[in-house]
Design a protein around this ligand. Structure first.
Ligand code: GUN
Ligand code: ZN
Length: 450
Protein backbone atom coordinates (compact mmCIF):
# COMPACT_ATOMS: atom_id res chain seq x y z
CA UNK A 1 0.00 0.00 0.00
CA UNK A 2 2.88 2.42 0.70
CA UNK A 3 4.15 4.16 -2.43
CA UNK A 4 7.28 2.72 -3.98
CA UNK A 5 10.23 4.91 -5.01
CA UNK A 6 9.60 4.96 -8.77
CA UNK A 7 6.31 6.80 -8.31
CA UNK A 8 6.17 10.55 -8.89
CA UNK A 9 3.43 13.13 -8.74
CA UNK A 10 1.64 11.32 -5.91
CA UNK A 11 -1.77 12.92 -5.32
CA UNK A 12 -4.82 12.28 -3.19
CA UNK A 13 -8.40 13.02 -4.14
CA UNK A 14 -10.93 13.14 -1.33
CA UNK A 15 -14.67 13.00 -2.13
CA UNK A 16 -17.42 10.42 -2.40
CA UNK A 17 -16.27 7.44 -4.49
CA UNK A 18 -18.07 5.09 -6.84
CA UNK A 19 -16.32 2.08 -8.38
CA UNK A 20 -16.64 -1.58 -9.33
CA UNK A 21 -14.63 -3.83 -6.95
CA UNK A 22 -14.70 -6.64 -9.52
CA UNK A 23 -14.26 -5.15 -12.96
CA UNK A 24 -16.28 -7.87 -14.71
CA UNK A 25 -19.23 -7.65 -12.30
CA UNK A 26 -21.87 -4.92 -12.45
CA UNK A 27 -21.96 -4.44 -8.66
CA UNK A 28 -20.86 -0.99 -7.57
CA UNK A 29 -19.35 0.15 -4.31
CA UNK A 30 -19.81 3.62 -2.84
CA UNK A 31 -17.82 5.36 -0.12
CA UNK A 32 -19.38 8.61 1.07
CA UNK A 33 -16.01 10.04 2.21
CA UNK A 34 -13.33 8.30 0.20
CA UNK A 35 -9.72 8.72 -0.81
CA UNK A 36 -8.28 7.97 -4.25
CA UNK A 37 -4.50 7.98 -4.57
CA UNK A 38 -2.89 8.51 -7.98
CA UNK A 39 0.73 8.64 -9.14
CA UNK A 40 2.83 8.66 -12.27
CA UNK A 41 4.54 5.31 -12.72
CA UNK A 42 7.91 4.56 -14.31
CA UNK A 43 6.37 4.26 -17.79
CA UNK A 44 4.98 7.80 -17.56
CA UNK A 45 1.34 6.73 -17.13
CA UNK A 46 -0.63 8.06 -14.15
CA UNK A 47 -2.43 5.20 -12.43
CA UNK A 48 -4.55 4.66 -9.38
CA UNK A 49 -2.51 3.40 -6.43
CA UNK A 50 -5.19 2.96 -3.79
CA UNK A 51 -8.90 3.50 -3.18
CA UNK A 52 -11.00 3.26 -0.05
CA UNK A 53 -12.68 5.11 2.80
CA UNK A 54 -10.70 8.22 3.75
CA UNK A 55 -10.43 7.24 7.42
CA UNK A 56 -8.84 3.89 6.60
CA UNK A 57 -6.51 5.00 3.83
CA UNK A 58 -5.32 8.47 4.82
CA UNK A 59 -3.02 7.32 7.69
CA UNK A 60 -0.95 5.35 5.16
CA UNK A 61 -0.17 8.53 3.20
CA UNK A 62 0.87 11.13 5.79
CA UNK A 63 2.33 13.78 3.44
CA UNK A 64 -0.04 13.35 0.54
CA UNK A 65 -1.24 16.57 -1.12
CA UNK A 66 -5.00 16.15 -1.16
CA UNK A 67 -7.67 17.77 -3.30
CA UNK A 68 -10.87 17.82 -1.27
CA UNK A 69 -14.29 18.04 -2.90
CA UNK A 70 -16.91 17.71 -0.16
CA UNK A 71 -20.38 16.87 -1.45
CA UNK A 72 -19.08 15.61 -4.80
CA UNK A 73 -18.46 12.05 -5.97
CA UNK A 74 -15.56 10.67 -7.99
CA UNK A 75 -16.58 7.97 -10.48
CA UNK A 76 -14.81 6.21 -13.37
CA UNK A 77 -14.53 8.15 -16.64
CA UNK A 78 -17.18 6.95 -19.07
CA UNK A 79 -16.23 4.71 -22.00
CA UNK A 80 -18.13 5.24 -25.26
CA UNK A 81 -17.96 1.99 -27.20
CA UNK A 82 -19.04 3.39 -30.57
CA UNK A 83 -19.09 6.97 -31.83
CA UNK A 84 -18.31 8.83 -35.07
CA UNK A 85 -16.37 12.06 -34.51
CA UNK A 86 -17.02 13.23 -38.12
CA UNK A 87 -20.75 13.08 -37.41
CA UNK A 88 -20.63 15.71 -34.66
CA UNK A 89 -22.50 18.06 -36.99
CA UNK A 90 -24.90 15.40 -38.27
CA UNK A 91 -26.74 14.94 -34.95
CA UNK A 92 -30.46 15.51 -35.32
CA UNK A 93 -30.73 15.00 -39.09
CA UNK A 94 -34.11 13.32 -39.63
CA UNK A 95 -34.58 10.55 -42.21
CA UNK A 96 -36.71 7.54 -43.06
CA UNK A 97 -34.31 5.12 -41.41
CA UNK A 98 -30.65 4.23 -41.69
CA UNK A 99 -30.01 4.00 -45.44
CA UNK A 100 -31.68 7.32 -46.41
CA UNK A 101 -29.97 8.97 -43.42
CA UNK A 102 -26.57 7.77 -44.67
CA UNK A 103 -27.26 8.82 -48.24
CA UNK A 104 -28.77 12.26 -47.61
CA UNK A 105 -26.83 13.56 -44.62
CA UNK A 106 -23.96 11.44 -43.42
CA UNK A 107 -22.10 10.53 -46.59
CA UNK A 108 -22.17 14.08 -48.04
CA UNK A 109 -21.04 15.48 -44.71
CA UNK A 110 -18.14 13.06 -44.21
CA UNK A 111 -16.58 14.06 -47.57
CA UNK A 112 -15.25 17.21 -45.91
CA UNK A 113 -12.75 15.30 -43.80
CA UNK A 114 -10.29 15.10 -46.65
CA UNK A 115 -9.25 18.57 -45.42
CA UNK A 116 -6.86 18.19 -42.46
CA UNK A 117 -7.60 21.68 -41.09
CA UNK A 118 -11.30 20.90 -40.99
CA UNK A 119 -10.67 17.49 -39.41
CA UNK A 120 -8.54 19.12 -36.67
CA UNK A 121 -11.20 21.72 -35.93
CA UNK A 122 -13.98 19.13 -35.61
CA UNK A 123 -11.76 16.78 -33.58
CA UNK A 124 -10.95 19.57 -31.11
CA UNK A 125 -14.59 20.42 -30.64
CA UNK A 126 -15.49 16.73 -30.37
CA UNK A 127 -12.86 15.94 -27.73
CA UNK A 128 -13.87 19.00 -25.70
CA UNK A 129 -17.45 17.79 -25.89
CA UNK A 130 -16.42 14.32 -24.66
CA UNK A 131 -14.64 15.96 -21.71
CA UNK A 132 -17.70 18.08 -20.84
CA UNK A 133 -19.76 14.89 -20.74
CA UNK A 134 -17.21 12.89 -18.74
CA UNK A 135 -16.25 10.50 -21.55
CA UNK A 136 -12.54 9.75 -21.26
CA UNK A 137 -12.18 6.79 -23.67
CA UNK A 138 -13.97 6.14 -26.95
CA UNK A 139 -13.85 3.66 -29.80
CA UNK A 140 -14.38 6.09 -32.63
CA UNK A 141 -14.94 6.02 -36.38
CA UNK A 142 -12.95 8.48 -38.48
CA UNK A 143 -13.75 8.74 -42.23
CA UNK A 144 -12.37 7.09 -45.34
CA UNK A 145 -9.62 9.76 -45.48
CA UNK A 146 -6.32 8.86 -43.73
CA UNK A 147 -6.02 12.57 -42.85
CA UNK A 148 -9.07 12.21 -40.63
CA UNK A 149 -7.21 9.61 -38.54
CA UNK A 150 -4.03 11.66 -38.31
CA UNK A 151 -6.00 14.70 -37.11
CA UNK A 152 -7.89 12.73 -34.47
CA UNK A 153 -4.84 10.88 -33.17
CA UNK A 154 -2.75 14.06 -32.97
CA UNK A 155 -5.43 15.95 -31.02
CA UNK A 156 -6.07 13.00 -28.68
CA UNK A 157 -2.33 12.61 -28.08
CA UNK A 158 -2.03 16.30 -27.20
CA UNK A 159 -4.70 15.77 -24.54
CA UNK A 160 -3.08 12.53 -23.23
CA UNK A 161 -6.31 10.63 -23.90
CA UNK A 162 -6.83 6.90 -24.33
CA UNK A 163 -8.67 6.82 -27.66
CA UNK A 164 -9.06 4.27 -30.45
CA UNK A 165 -9.93 5.12 -34.05
CA UNK A 166 -9.37 3.97 -37.61
CA UNK A 167 -9.67 4.91 -41.26
CA UNK A 168 -13.04 3.79 -42.60
CA UNK A 169 -12.81 1.16 -45.32
CA UNK A 170 -15.51 1.59 -47.98
CA UNK A 171 -14.74 0.76 -51.59
CA UNK A 172 -18.23 0.49 -53.09
CA UNK A 173 -21.79 1.81 -52.89
CA UNK A 174 -20.42 5.11 -51.68
CA UNK A 175 -20.29 8.51 -53.38
CA UNK A 176 -17.23 10.04 -55.03
CA UNK A 177 -15.02 11.61 -52.40
CA UNK A 178 -16.06 9.05 -49.81
CA UNK A 179 -14.98 5.86 -51.54
CA UNK A 180 -11.72 3.93 -51.64
CA UNK A 181 -11.09 3.93 -55.39
CA UNK A 182 -8.14 1.54 -54.98
CA UNK A 183 -8.80 -1.34 -52.59
CA UNK A 184 -5.13 -2.34 -52.26
CA UNK A 185 -4.23 1.25 -51.43
CA UNK A 186 -6.94 1.38 -48.73
CA UNK A 187 -5.40 -1.69 -47.08
CA UNK A 188 -1.87 -0.28 -47.33
CA UNK A 189 -3.12 2.97 -45.78
CA UNK A 190 -4.62 0.95 -42.94
CA UNK A 191 -1.28 -0.79 -42.31
CA UNK A 192 0.60 2.50 -42.43
CA UNK A 193 -1.78 4.09 -39.95
CA UNK A 194 -1.41 1.10 -37.61
CA UNK A 195 2.39 1.49 -37.73
CA UNK A 196 2.11 5.24 -37.17
CA UNK A 197 -0.37 5.30 -34.32
CA UNK A 198 -1.18 1.99 -32.65
CA UNK A 199 0.34 1.83 -29.18
CA UNK A 200 1.75 5.35 -29.37
CA UNK A 201 1.20 6.89 -25.94
CA UNK A 202 -2.40 5.96 -25.11
CA UNK A 203 -3.65 5.64 -28.69
CA UNK A 204 -4.99 2.53 -30.35
CA UNK A 205 -5.94 1.67 -33.92
CA UNK A 206 -9.14 -0.03 -35.06
CA UNK A 207 -9.49 -1.69 -38.47
CA UNK A 208 -12.75 -0.09 -39.58
CA UNK A 209 -14.81 -1.54 -42.45
CA UNK A 210 -17.84 0.77 -42.43
CA UNK A 211 -20.37 -2.06 -42.90
CA UNK A 212 -20.66 -5.03 -45.24
CA UNK A 213 -22.64 -3.23 -48.02
CA UNK A 214 -19.92 -0.63 -48.61
CA UNK A 215 -16.97 -3.03 -48.79
CA UNK A 216 -16.12 -5.51 -51.53
CA UNK A 217 -15.30 -9.04 -50.48
CA UNK A 218 -11.69 -8.28 -51.40
CA UNK A 219 -11.61 -5.34 -49.00
CA UNK A 220 -13.23 -7.31 -46.16
CA UNK A 221 -10.85 -10.24 -46.57
CA UNK A 222 -7.87 -7.90 -46.86
CA UNK A 223 -8.95 -6.24 -43.61
CA UNK A 224 -9.22 -9.68 -42.01
CA UNK A 225 -5.66 -10.51 -43.07
CA UNK A 226 -4.41 -7.30 -41.47
CA UNK A 227 -6.37 -8.17 -38.33
CA UNK A 228 -4.56 -11.53 -38.14
CA UNK A 229 -1.22 -9.81 -38.59
CA UNK A 230 -1.95 -7.34 -35.76
CA UNK A 231 -3.90 -9.29 -33.10
CA UNK A 232 -3.88 -6.48 -30.53
CA UNK A 233 -5.36 -3.95 -32.95
CA UNK A 234 -9.12 -3.46 -32.64
CA UNK A 235 -11.78 -4.12 -35.29
CA UNK A 236 -14.98 -2.08 -35.46
CA UNK A 237 -17.98 -2.12 -37.77
CA UNK A 238 -21.79 -2.14 -37.84
CA UNK A 239 -24.01 -5.22 -37.96
CA UNK A 240 -27.72 -6.08 -38.01
CA UNK A 241 -28.94 -2.55 -37.37
CA UNK A 242 -31.81 -2.15 -39.79
CA UNK A 243 -34.08 -4.51 -41.74
CA UNK A 244 -33.52 -2.87 -45.16
CA UNK A 245 -29.79 -3.02 -44.57
CA UNK A 246 -30.02 -6.73 -43.73
CA UNK A 247 -31.98 -7.47 -46.95
CA UNK A 248 -29.29 -5.64 -48.91
CA UNK A 249 -26.54 -7.69 -47.26
CA UNK A 250 -28.42 -10.92 -48.15
CA UNK A 251 -28.48 -9.84 -51.81
CA UNK A 252 -24.81 -8.87 -51.83
CA UNK A 253 -23.51 -11.91 -49.93
CA UNK A 254 -25.87 -14.82 -50.74
CA UNK A 255 -23.23 -17.33 -49.62
CA UNK A 256 -23.24 -16.04 -46.03
CA UNK A 257 -25.45 -17.69 -43.39
CA UNK A 258 -26.23 -14.33 -41.84
CA UNK A 259 -25.09 -10.71 -41.88
CA UNK A 260 -22.66 -11.44 -39.05
CA UNK A 261 -21.32 -14.41 -40.98
CA UNK A 262 -20.06 -12.04 -43.70
CA UNK A 263 -17.57 -10.67 -41.18
CA UNK A 264 -16.80 -14.09 -39.74
CA UNK A 265 -15.87 -15.44 -43.19
CA UNK A 266 -13.50 -12.52 -43.60
CA UNK A 267 -11.76 -13.26 -40.25
CA UNK A 268 -13.10 -10.04 -38.78
CA UNK A 269 -14.74 -11.65 -35.77
CA UNK A 270 -12.44 -12.08 -32.80
CA UNK A 271 -11.43 -10.72 -29.39
CA UNK A 272 -11.09 -6.93 -29.68
CA UNK A 273 -13.75 -6.74 -32.38
CA UNK A 274 -16.68 -4.47 -31.52
CA UNK A 275 -19.86 -4.47 -33.60
CA UNK A 276 -22.32 -1.63 -33.29
CA UNK A 277 -26.06 -2.30 -32.87
CA UNK A 278 -26.41 -6.14 -33.01
CA UNK A 279 -30.18 -5.75 -32.95
CA UNK A 280 -31.40 -8.30 -35.47
CA UNK A 281 -29.05 -11.17 -34.65
CA UNK A 282 -30.16 -14.77 -34.22
CA UNK A 283 -29.07 -17.26 -31.58
CA UNK A 284 -26.29 -18.71 -33.72
CA UNK A 285 -24.89 -15.20 -34.27
CA UNK A 286 -24.89 -14.40 -30.57
CA UNK A 287 -23.28 -17.73 -29.72
CA UNK A 288 -20.59 -17.15 -32.32
CA UNK A 289 -19.78 -13.66 -31.05
CA UNK A 290 -19.63 -14.96 -27.51
CA UNK A 291 -17.42 -17.91 -28.50
CA UNK A 292 -14.81 -15.72 -30.19
CA UNK A 293 -14.96 -12.87 -27.63
CA UNK A 294 -16.46 -10.25 -29.96
CA UNK A 295 -18.51 -7.49 -28.32
CA UNK A 296 -21.70 -5.56 -29.07
CA UNK A 297 -21.86 -1.75 -28.80
CA UNK A 298 -25.43 -0.98 -27.75
CA UNK A 299 -26.54 2.36 -29.15
CA UNK A 300 -30.04 3.03 -27.82
CA UNK A 301 -30.47 6.73 -28.65
CA UNK A 302 -29.42 6.02 -32.23
CA UNK A 303 -31.69 3.00 -32.49
CA UNK A 304 -34.64 5.01 -31.21
CA UNK A 305 -33.87 8.02 -33.44
CA UNK A 306 -33.43 6.01 -36.65
CA UNK A 307 -36.20 3.56 -35.72
CA UNK A 308 -33.81 0.62 -36.04
CA UNK A 309 -35.16 -1.60 -33.27
CA UNK A 310 -34.35 -2.72 -29.73
CA UNK A 311 -31.26 -4.51 -28.46
CA UNK A 312 -32.27 -7.82 -26.86
CA UNK A 313 -30.63 -7.91 -23.43
CA UNK A 314 -32.18 -11.22 -22.35
CA UNK A 315 -31.03 -13.11 -25.44
CA UNK A 316 -27.59 -11.51 -25.23
CA UNK A 317 -27.18 -12.47 -21.57
CA UNK A 318 -28.34 -16.01 -22.35
CA UNK A 319 -25.51 -16.25 -24.90
CA UNK A 320 -23.00 -14.58 -22.52
CA UNK A 321 -22.39 -11.94 -25.17
CA UNK A 322 -20.08 -9.10 -24.11
CA UNK A 323 -21.58 -5.65 -24.50
CA UNK A 324 -21.34 -2.02 -23.48
CA UNK A 325 -23.04 1.28 -24.15
CA UNK A 326 -22.37 3.71 -26.94
CA UNK A 327 -23.71 7.07 -28.07
CA UNK A 328 -23.31 6.38 -31.82
CA UNK A 329 -23.24 10.14 -32.44
CA UNK A 330 -24.42 11.31 -35.06
CA UNK A 331 -27.12 8.60 -35.47
CA UNK A 332 -27.25 8.90 -31.69
CA UNK A 333 -28.81 12.05 -30.37
CA UNK A 334 -26.57 12.90 -27.43
CA UNK A 335 -23.00 12.80 -26.17
CA UNK A 336 -24.35 12.34 -22.66
CA UNK A 337 -23.76 8.96 -20.99
CA UNK A 338 -26.76 9.79 -18.78
CA UNK A 339 -29.03 10.09 -21.81
CA UNK A 340 -27.61 6.85 -23.23
CA UNK A 341 -28.07 4.94 -19.95
CA UNK A 342 -31.61 6.30 -19.66
CA UNK A 343 -32.40 5.23 -23.22
CA UNK A 344 -30.91 1.77 -22.57
CA UNK A 345 -33.25 1.38 -19.62
CA UNK A 346 -36.22 2.41 -21.75
CA UNK A 347 -35.24 0.01 -24.54
CA UNK A 348 -34.82 -2.94 -22.16
CA UNK A 349 -38.36 -2.30 -20.87
CA UNK A 350 -39.58 -2.85 -24.46
CA UNK A 351 -37.87 -6.17 -25.36
CA UNK A 352 -39.89 -7.48 -28.28
CA UNK A 353 -42.14 -10.49 -27.79
CA UNK A 354 -41.52 -11.00 -24.07
CA UNK A 355 -41.97 -9.05 -20.84
CA UNK A 356 -39.51 -6.17 -20.64
CA UNK A 357 -36.73 -6.20 -18.09
CA UNK A 358 -35.76 -3.46 -15.65
CA UNK A 359 -32.01 -2.99 -15.84
CA UNK A 360 -30.49 -2.11 -12.47
CA UNK A 361 -28.90 1.34 -12.29
CA UNK A 362 -25.54 -0.16 -11.27
CA UNK A 363 -25.70 -2.38 -14.32
CA UNK A 364 -26.45 0.57 -16.62
CA UNK A 365 -23.54 2.52 -15.11
CA UNK A 366 -21.24 -0.51 -15.48
CA UNK A 367 -22.22 -0.88 -19.15
CA UNK A 368 -20.87 2.62 -19.77
CA UNK A 369 -17.68 2.26 -17.66
CA UNK A 370 -16.09 -1.02 -16.51
CA UNK A 371 -18.35 -3.15 -18.73
CA UNK A 372 -17.56 -1.13 -21.83
CA UNK A 373 -13.86 -1.33 -20.93
CA UNK A 374 -14.16 -5.13 -20.62
CA UNK A 375 -15.88 -5.26 -24.03
CA UNK A 376 -12.85 -3.37 -25.39
CA UNK A 377 -10.51 -5.86 -23.69
CA UNK A 378 -9.36 -2.99 -21.45
CA UNK A 379 -10.70 -4.21 -18.10
CA UNK A 380 -8.31 -3.08 -15.39
CA UNK A 381 -6.98 -0.31 -17.64
CA UNK A 382 -9.86 2.18 -17.94
CA UNK A 383 -13.48 2.47 -16.83
CA UNK A 384 -12.83 1.75 -13.16
CA UNK A 385 -10.99 3.09 -10.12
CA UNK A 386 -9.24 -0.05 -8.96
CA UNK A 387 -5.50 0.13 -8.28
CA UNK A 388 -3.67 -0.31 -11.59
CA UNK A 389 -6.32 1.52 -13.60
CA UNK A 390 -5.29 4.64 -15.45
CA UNK A 391 -6.26 7.81 -13.62
CA UNK A 392 -9.16 9.06 -15.75
CA UNK A 393 -12.24 9.96 -13.76
CA UNK A 394 -15.21 12.26 -13.41
CA UNK A 395 -16.43 14.26 -10.46
CA UNK A 396 -20.19 14.19 -10.13
CA UNK A 397 -22.17 17.01 -8.57
CA UNK A 398 -25.55 15.62 -7.51
CA UNK A 399 -26.58 19.18 -6.58
CA UNK A 400 -26.05 20.38 -10.15
CA UNK A 401 -29.67 21.39 -10.75
CA UNK A 402 -32.45 22.20 -8.28
CA UNK A 403 -34.37 19.07 -9.28
CA UNK A 404 -31.30 16.80 -9.08
CA UNK A 405 -30.44 18.21 -5.65
CA UNK A 406 -33.98 17.72 -4.41
CA UNK A 407 -34.42 14.24 -5.88
CA UNK A 408 -31.02 12.80 -4.94
CA UNK A 409 -31.39 14.12 -1.38
CA UNK A 410 -34.48 11.95 -0.99
CA UNK A 411 -32.93 8.67 -2.13
CA UNK A 412 -32.18 5.97 0.41
CA UNK A 413 -30.17 3.37 -1.48
CA UNK A 414 -27.23 3.49 -3.87
CA UNK A 415 -29.49 2.17 -6.63
CA UNK A 416 -32.05 4.94 -6.09
CA UNK A 417 -29.34 7.59 -6.04
CA UNK A 418 -27.74 6.32 -9.26
CA UNK A 419 -31.09 5.99 -10.97
CA UNK A 420 -32.07 9.57 -10.12
CA UNK A 421 -28.83 10.74 -11.77
CA UNK A 422 -29.34 8.50 -14.81
CA UNK A 423 -32.85 9.79 -15.42
CA UNK A 424 -32.33 13.46 -14.55
CA UNK A 425 -28.67 13.88 -15.44
CA UNK A 426 -26.89 15.57 -18.29
CA UNK A 427 -23.52 17.30 -18.67
CA UNK A 428 -24.33 19.63 -15.76
CA UNK A 429 -23.79 16.65 -13.46
CA UNK A 430 -20.13 16.52 -14.51
CA UNK A 431 -18.40 19.03 -12.24
CA UNK A 432 -15.02 18.05 -13.55
CA UNK A 433 -13.24 15.53 -15.78
CA UNK A 434 -9.75 14.36 -14.80
CA UNK A 435 -7.44 12.77 -17.38
CA UNK A 436 -4.15 11.25 -16.29
CA UNK A 437 -4.40 12.94 -12.89
CA UNK A 438 -4.93 16.42 -14.35
CA UNK A 439 -8.14 18.38 -14.64
CA UNK A 440 -9.04 18.29 -18.32
CA UNK A 441 -12.30 20.15 -17.95
CA UNK A 442 -14.06 21.74 -14.99
CA UNK A 443 -17.31 23.58 -14.40
CA UNK A 444 -16.21 26.09 -11.80
CA UNK A 445 -14.28 23.83 -9.42
CA UNK A 446 -10.53 23.53 -9.07
CA UNK A 447 -8.05 21.18 -7.45
CA UNK A 448 -8.24 23.18 -4.23
CA UNK A 449 -5.61 21.47 -2.19
CA UNK A 450 -6.64 20.83 1.39
N1 GUN B 1 -24.00 1.82 -40.89
C1 GUN B 1 -23.04 2.18 -41.77
N2 GUN B 1 -22.59 3.41 -41.50
C2 GUN B 1 -23.25 3.84 -40.44
C3 GUN B 1 -23.21 5.05 -39.67
O1 GUN B 1 -22.44 5.98 -39.95
N3 GUN B 1 -24.06 5.12 -38.62
C4 GUN B 1 -24.91 4.12 -38.29
N4 GUN B 1 -25.71 4.26 -37.24
N5 GUN B 1 -24.97 2.97 -38.99
C5 GUN B 1 -24.15 2.84 -40.04
ZN1 ZN C 1 -22.16 3.94 -35.99
Amino acid sequence: MLPVKTLTDLKGWRAGLLWFPQAQQPQARHASDGLLVTAREADGVVRIQAIGPFRELAPHYPDLPITHWPGLCIAPGFVDLHIHYPQTDVIGSPAEGLLPWLEHYTFPHEKQFTDPAYAHEVTSFFLDELMRHGVTTALCFATVHPESVDAFMAEAQKRHLRMVTGKVLQDRHSPDGLRDTDTDLSLRQTEELIQRWHGVDRLGYAITPRFAPTSSNAQLHGAGEIAQQFPDVWIQSHVAENLDEIRWVQELFPEARSYLDVYDRAALLRQRSVYAHCIHLDEADRQRMSEVGAAAAISPTSNLFLGSGFFDYAASDAAALKYGLASDVGGGTSFSPFHTMHAAYTVARQSAGRPGISLAPEHLWWQHTAGAAAALDLAGTVGNLLPGCEADFVVLNPQATPLLARRTAQTETLAEWLFAMIVLGDERLIACTVVQGHIAWAAGISDNRA
